[in-house]
Design a protein around this ligand. Sequence first.
Ligand SMILES: [Zn+2]
Length: 330
Amino acid sequence: MKSLRFVGNSKIEVIDVPEPKPTQDQVVINIKVSALCGSEMGAFYSPNGLPGNPGHEFAGEVVDPNGHPEFQVGDRVGAHVIVGCGRCVQCEAGNEIFCPDFLPSGAAHAERIALSARYCLRIPDGMDWDTGVLVAGDAMGVAYHLTQRVGVQAHDTVAVFGCGPVGLGVVALWSFLGARVIGVDMSPYRLALAEKLGAWKTVEAGKKTTIDRLRKLTGGAGPDTCLECTGKPAAVAAAFEAARKGGKVGIVGEQDQASFNPSRDLIHKELNVYGAWYFRLSEFAGMVELCNRGLKPRKVVTHRFPLEEAQKGYDLMAQQKCGKVLFVQY
Ligand SMILES: [Zn+2]
């Protein structure tokens, strides 16, 4: 079957690999759509490459239930890709992401994949594949989980630092739910996308005036909530500085180091700070229900390519000239 390989130095090739062999707890899925995630870009740029690909957002049809009676051929599923041991205290509490033995599922930019049956999320019949991969993937799943962690409310003004796929997911979700969302990004292309997805205002990032603009838009106080979705230290610092006194900061952008001014930005403001990583199985139903009620996450998608043209998708991500990019096989 077809798959992708990260050759190294920003090159992708389409390769032929053996069919997945499911273990006892797995089913085999015919992938209809996989989504490109910003977290793949480090491996994309690396000179070393990978033996395969780090794709981890996908949806498709069960093609081999492998003896699992709860599934039939043709069932439509998305994936929770952090697969826990299922036996430890964390797994039993529904916190698979904290399982000491969790395994991330990968190589999802391919024709088929094997996934633990317990982590297959049923996509409702009326839901299109694009929406399915978003709610069972990072763009909506991580955006939803982040804002659940932080406790965003409809009357909040929320500044989203970084209008890449996850940031745009937050913009779409909370504009739909009634909050005033301010998109903050350096890319005019992405700020325009944020506006299209319902952002109340947009502010150019990385300027001397960025924080002032955010304060002016919020009556001088600063946003109630600042969400860092870029993975850039400067955005972490700006989020801490911009948040209003007693406000909240949520950080989801992966990075090794960042700094802020503890006295000015944390202690005297008594900020509440949250980290968030990946959504819980229990959160999937809520996201599906919001889509039933009119949330349209697929507006986050700007480009679709067949697997054979994957290089174009990664090049677009490198140039930041896109929202969510999908590899479609439907
Ligand atoms: Zn476990």
